[in-house]
Design a protein around this ligand. Structure first.
Ligand code: SF4
Ligand code: MG
Length: 311
């Protein structure tokens, strides 16, 4: 059953496009990875689900959640969706958690809003903390965010996300701000919990291998467009788009220290200045004249003029 559907989504600011032709669906309980370099439109795509878009953004096309167009929800419907059906986990937990209130206040806020009494809400919060591997939950509930490490605080955010029993979790580079060991622990917990509860997940990362480990399907984004969508377990054998292949070919070991992105030769294309043809043409080793003139449509899993040749 389809839970979430993007159909020809286009988001622009003034005459500058940010997202174009984004068409993607997420089934109930499915995990879909959105992979691409910074500025490729991944965050904007998931933010459009909850209409967290920049001031003045113009949206065409549709985003449907359980069949209903989000544009028609109205303020109350949107609020209900954000507090109940869709949970968000962002890159930096400190930007989400109120620094002067306790972890318990943060965790119980939504439940209290739903009319749950304080004692029950705290009990549920403690249970949720234990489930994401936070020991000594009752002590943690009384602490403030600065007393917790980034990894612990991100677990708190995940515990809060799970508390509302959402149907969908939007995770935008949830571990980028953490050290490597902590990253692995936090991803493992998010993965385990969402599988156990059959919660759908949109997982944003610049790390293709991480997305493949956590997700059922992968959508690769470049310059505001999706260029390839494929099952995670066929990533290595069936990826056909030259950009996906380039991402796969650039191993993490080749990344210079301090640079977190796997490198693909050339400068990332911005959606704002994308050429009339294929968005990847400036960096593609296979580009020919028609690539620069004519935008490739999706054929099978990828949007590229030369799929057969590339294979
Ligand atoms: Fe490369 Fe052309 Fe395919 Fe674009 S359409 S990815 S430029 S071969
Ligand atoms: Mg981003």
């Amino acid at each position: 059953m389809t839970l979430l559907e993007f159909e020809n989504l286009r988001v622009s600011l003034g005459d500058r496009p940010i997202l174009r032709n984004v068409t993607l669906s997420v089934a109930a309980g499915e995990a879909v990875g959105l992979v691409g370099e910074s500025g490729s439109g991944k965050s904007m795509t998931v933010r459009s689900v909850v209409r967290l878009l920049p001031e003045g953004a113009a949206v065409t096309g549709a985003v449907r959640f359980e069949g209903a167009d989000i544009a028609s929800l109205g303020a109350a419907g949107l609020r209900r969706m954000r507090s109940r059906d869709v949970a968000m986990v962002f890159q930096d937990p400190r930007a989400v958690v109120n620094p002067v209130r306790t972890v318990g206040d943060f965790l119980t806020e939504v439940l209290r809003d739903q009319g749950v009494n304080r004692a029950d809400a705290l009990r549920k919060a403690a249970g949720s903390l234990s489930e994401v591997g936070v020991d000594d939950a009752s002590r943690r509930l009384a602490q403030r965010p600065y007393e917790l490490s980034g990894g612990l605080l991100q677990r708190v955010v995940i515990a809060a996300a799970l508390l509302t029993e959402p149907k969908l979790i939007l995770a935008d580079e949830p571990t980028t701000a953490l050290d490597v060991t902590t990253q692995e622990e936090v991803v493992a917990i998010l993965d385990e919990q969402r599988r156990r509860r059959s919660v759908a997940l949109m997982f944003i990362t610049h790390d293709l291998e991480l997305a493949a480990a956590v997700c059922d399907r992968i959508a690769v984004m470049y310059a505001g467009e999706i260029v390839e969508i494929l099952p995670a377990d066929r990533l290595h054998t069936e990826a056909r788009h030259p950009y996906t292949r380039a991402l796969l070919g650039s191993r993490p070991g080749t990344v210079p220290p301090g640079q977190r992105l796997r490198t693909v030769p050339g400068v990332p294309q911005s959606a704002l200045t994308a050429p009339p043809g294929c968005v990847f043409a400036d960096r593609c080793p296979h580009a020919e004249d028609r690539c620069r003139d004519t935008r490739p449509a999706f054929r099978g899993s990828a949007a590229c003029h030369l799929l057969e040749e590339v294979r």
